[in-house]
Design a protein around this ligand. Structure first.
Ligand code: NI
Length: 249
């Protein structure tokens, strides 16, 4: 049994989310943590989790939505604090891939989201692209733990985050030959890793021509097992332990 710790099952991406969830369960993925990225899809993921027993949700405003109004968002999140399927704050973070013009705005938003996580006492799902130093600095100013999602950094960065209490989320990128992420992942203890698809993006090899779905988690698990030269049953067992250590599910 597997958990997809990070996917975006939004209506804008999938015609029939019900089928996506069924196919995931059929392939052994019994839990899916759906991460919102703005106010609109936050509401969507709450109703999805209320409809499907396998679905849990995280609420957050992604750095790409940095200009979004958030007073209403914050009170919405606080009103759901005790919702049984509300497991974390995310996807939140910093993204300087397209430039640093909005750096200050992104830092302010990220800081607000981390405050919110402390207030609701839940783990965080962090997106960090070309922003390692700022990410570590800001996380050091907050009392939060969680997952660094879609990890593609250096072993040194991974080590710093692990020492801060974070887990490293790995997905399809690990299977891309050009990425060379597997060499770094190989050095990270299994006890500090979790699996994620980031669906609908970043489908693992050899399925890259298809849209990504949580059903591909076992493909990523198998790749990880081969990289680490350990049995897949050991990967599945340890990763599920890690998931329950992070999330209250
Ligand atoms: Ni994502």
């Amino acid at each position: 049994m597997y958990t997809d710790t990070h996917c975006h099952l939004f209506k804008e991406y999938y015609q029939t989310i019900e089928k996506v969830i069924e196919d995931a369960i059929d392939s052994g993925v019994h839990k899916m943590i759906v991460a919102a990225t703005n106010m609109e899809n936050s509401k969507e993921v709450v109703s999805l989790a209320e409809k499907y027993p396998s679905v849990y949700f995280c609420l957050g405003i992604h750095p790409e939505s940095v200009e979004e109004e958030r007073t209403e968002f914050k009170s919405y999140v606080l009103s759901l604090k005790n919702h049984p399927k509300f497991v974390g704050i995310g996807e939140i973070g910093l993204d300087y891939y397209y430039g640093k013009e909005l750096r200050n705005e992104q830092l302010l938003l990220f800081d607000e989201m981390l405050d919110l996580a402390e207030e609701v006492e839940k783990p965080v799902i962090i997106h960090s692209r070309e922003a390692t130093k700022d990410t570590i600095d800001i996380l050091n100013r907050h009392r939060v733990k969680g997952i660094l999602h879609c990890f593609s950094g250096s072993l040194e960065t991974a080590q710093i985050l692990i020492n801060m209490g974070f887990f490293i989320g790995v997905g399809g990128v690990m299977t891309f030959k050009k990425a060379h992420i597997d060499e770094v992942i190989n050095e990270i203890p299994l006890e500090k890793l979790v699996l994620e698809t980031d669906a609908p993006y970043l489908t693992p090899e050899p399925y890259r021509k298809y849209q990504n779905e949580p059903k591909y988690i076992p493909v990523i698990a198998e790749y990880l097992a081969n990289t680490k030269h350990i049995p897949i049953t050991r990967v599945a067992e340890q990763i599920e332990k890690n998931v329950t250590e992070i999330f209250d599910i």
